[in-house]
Design a protein around this ligand. Structure first.
Ligand SMILES: Cc1cc2nc3c(=O)[nH]c(=O)nc-3n(C[C@H](O)[C@H](O)[C@H](O)COP(=O)(O)O)c2cc1C
Length: 210
């Protein structure tokens, strides 16, 4: 039931935005290049269900090429303080030559994205691509299935399974615990192409560890 000031059927605009990034965490997916080096692809299309992560990746980037060749990756999750390093990666692709459509969007080839963004590579335990030391959360994954939907063949849906999860002690509840402390974890949020951190805690789910 509507009360004064609450939305009504007529209160919303019907709009056509170019993108629908309605506020998702940024991830930095590291994948293995053909020459054995590691590429970094900033992504915001991801969701998790249990130990399975699903990513949305555009066809024509180096990350999806790498995954088709070597189905291993690390989902590195930056915190809000890393937004400028993430944005340094923004106009870069590890794909050479740069596809025309990407060149028109202002992308340029960069084979060493770690150096370009001031990030530090660290070896993974179970997969070949390196992790990004500065990211407080690093999830080593295997890609179980890659599909190109017939309704949108320019996008790949990458289904992955987490193999190893690394967390900085600062964001873990207490030594020996497996719980992330949400009051100390501040993911970087991509909100219609603008970077945000989190605001204040509003409450908790009835199943939250307290
Ligand atoms: C914050 C941010 C979020 C992005 N999210 C996505 C995404 O979810 N899926 C995608 O395909 N590209 C996304 N992009 C664009 C890719 O990063 C871009 O295609 C880049 O070329 C990938 O690098 P690669 O070609 O070396 O794999 C995003 C870029 C930024 C900066």
């Amino acid at each position: 039931m509507n009360t004064k000031g609450s939305p009504t059927e007529a209160s919303h605009l019907n709009i056509q935005p170019k993108i629908l990034y309605y506020g998702m965490p940024v991830i930095l997916a590291t994948t293995l290049n053909e020459d054995g080096t590691t590429n970094i692809s900033p992504l915001s299309s991801s969701w998790a269900l249990g130990r399975y992560l699903v990513l949305g990746m555009g066809f024509g980037g180096q990350g999806i090429d790498n995954l088709q060749r070597t189905p291993e990756l690390v989902v590195n999750v930056p915190d809000a303080a890393m937004w400028q390093q993430v944005e340094k990666l923004g106009p870069l692709t590890g794909k050479h030559p740069v596809p025309d459509y990407k060149a028109q969007m202002g992308y340029r080839y960069e084979p060493d994205k770690f150096t370009a963004a001031g990030l530090t590579p660290v070896a993974s335990l179970s997969v070949k691509p390196q992790r990004i030391a500065e990211c407080p959360l690093q999830i080593e994954c295997t890609a179980k299935k890659i599909t190109f939907p017939d309704y949108a063949p320019m996008f790949a849906i990458v289904e992955t399974e987490a193999l190893q999860i690394h967390a900085l002690p600062d964001i873990v509840k207490k030594t020996g615990s497996d719980h992330i402390d949400p009051s100390r974890w501040n993911p970087l949020i991509y909100n219609f192409r603008h970077y945000f951190g989190l605001g204040d805690r509003l409450g908790n789910n009835y199943r939250a560890e307290i």
